[in-house]
Design a protein around this ligand. Structure first.
Ligand code: ASP
Length: 439
């Protein structure tokens, strides 16, 4: 058994947290490769080291004082080193970092130092080898992640290494300069390492015990999700559920390696298992509910629209030419609606209306704003009858008017549109009918 374990910023924010992390790693010798984030927040209005580094670098680039801001970062690491009683000095590293900042080595270089230094500290504390991600996580000339080259180099490198710490979030371009993934990118590194190491599982340790059926800001204490498929996760993440960086699924998915989301502060919890496929039936018919506010419907009406070939294409071409992405296109015999993000659309609305008139000569165009979309996702829906019926009757009882319905052909999700102000009530009603009644 071989595991790759990634720890997020809050799991590594202080010496106390680092000790928990080391206990978790030492409790299971199959936890061989460790991917750390930079120290995150110790309390809610604390600042992440990554943000301190960006601020420090921006000050340096503007010709301001680096020393004072760098000192705050040095103190964060020193506190951890002292708290762990380590015989380790980062003085030399900080000299190099300051020099690179003054030579304007780039914001990516700056941000990456959080993970780099934390990796050195953690490797020292665990007695594991430190592998600089710049040597094994590789980007091409255009700055795109080079997955196959990385996989070969990293696999070779780890082949004879019993244990290693590989910092998350960054790698290097062919010229050696540092390049980071987007924010939260240590999740991606963990996944890349799991693929290269042919791990049995990729454990992603954070500060929650996995994914919840829905947003705890909307439903009090929602139930956890025990097992979810990659596809279900993608549907829910797209609609706003955040637990993992979007790109973190792809490397492990290529090898069918499961991801286990775990809680550093409650290691006894099983967390959520993210898998390619499973025979385990979900506990409830649905796996999760997620949603977003702020959509707008462009409703087009034209008599005999049904007989006009190419109507839909012309409408969507107008949307495309205006650089707008659309979410759904519910239609009737003489009506065609397009759901778009309000923030993206609002500046362009009048141009779009006149372009649509020119393109398809409709009888009328009506805009309806402040709509919310809710995705009800679950592999269990396919095998169950009456899911849609239960959703609709729950919403009717909650006095919520449904503006739109869309079910994907895979029967993995049902999307409903409601008014923004009905968003919370709708989610609670759906949660209650599928989850609460079964508890
Ligand atoms: N430290 C980086 C960030 O704050 C990357 C990560 O934590 O995954 O975004």
């Amino acid at each position: 058994m071989k595991k790759v374990v990634k720890f997020g910023g809050s799991s590594l924010a202080s010496a106390g947290q680092m000790k928990k992390v080391a206990d978790i790693i030492r409790a299971d010798e199959s936890r061989r490769y460790v991917v750390p984030s930079a120290p995150g927040k110790r309390y809610s209005d604390d600042t992440k080291v990554t943000d301190l580094l960006y601020q420090c670098y921006d000050a340096a680039a503007a010709g301001g004082d680096v020393e004072e801001k760098l000192q705050v970062i040095k103190n964060r690491y020193q506190e951890i080193i002292d708290g762990l009683n380590l015989d380790l000095s980062l003085e030399g590293e900080f000299e190099v970092i300051k020099d690179y900042f003054l030579r304007q080595a780039g914001r990516d270089y700056a941000a990456s130092r959080g993970e780099y230094l934390n990796g050195i500290v953690l490797a020292n504390y665990l007695g594991f080898k430190f592998v600089d991600a710049a040597e094994v996580i590789l980007f091409d000339e255009k700055g795109n992640f080079d997955s196959e080259h990385t996989n070969d180099v990293l696999r070779q490198r780890l082949k004879n290494m019993e244990n290693a710490v590989i910092p998350g979030f960054y790698g290097a371009m062919p010229d050696g300069s540092i390049k980071t993934f987007s924010r939260g990118g240590s999740d991606v590194t963990g996944s890349i390492v799991a693929r290269a190491a042919r791990a049995d599982v990729y454990e992603n340790w954070t500060d929650v015990s996995g994914m919840l059926v829905t947003d705890p800001r909307v439903v009090e204490n929602p139930e956890p999700i025990e097992t979810i498929t990659y596809r279900e996760l993608r549907e829910l993440s797209y609609m706003g559920a955040t637990v993992l960086h979007e790109d973190a699924i792809f490397p492990v998915r290529q090898e069918g390696i499961p991801i286990n989301i775990r809680n550093t502060n409650r290691p006894e919890d099983k967390g959520t298992l993210i898998v390619e496929s499973t025979c385990r039936q979900p506990q409830y018919t649905i796996t999760g509910i997620a949603g977003k506010k702020g959509f707008c419907a462009i409703n087009i009406e034209k008599e005999m629209m049904n007989a006009e070939i190419g109507f839909g294409r012309k409408v969507l071409q107008v949307i495309e030419e205006n650089g707008i992405s659309f979410e759904h296109t519910p239609s009737g015999i003489d009506t065609f609606s397009i759901l778009v993000h309000q923030s993206e659309f609002v500046e362009k609305e009048q141009t779009v209306i006149s372009s649509l008139h020119r393109a398809v000569h409709p009888d009328s165009i009506d805009l309806e704003s402040n709509l919310a979309l809710i995705a009800i996702v679950g592999r269990g829906m396919k095998a169950n009858k009456g899911t849609a019926g239960r959703i609709f009757s729950a919403l009717a009882h909650a006095n919520v008017n449904i503006k739109m319905i869309d079910q994907g052909s895979s029967e993995l999700n049902i999307i409903i549109g409601v008014r923004n102000e009905d968003f919370e009530a709708a989610i609670r009603a759906i949660y209650d009918i599928f989850v609460k009644v079964q508890l």
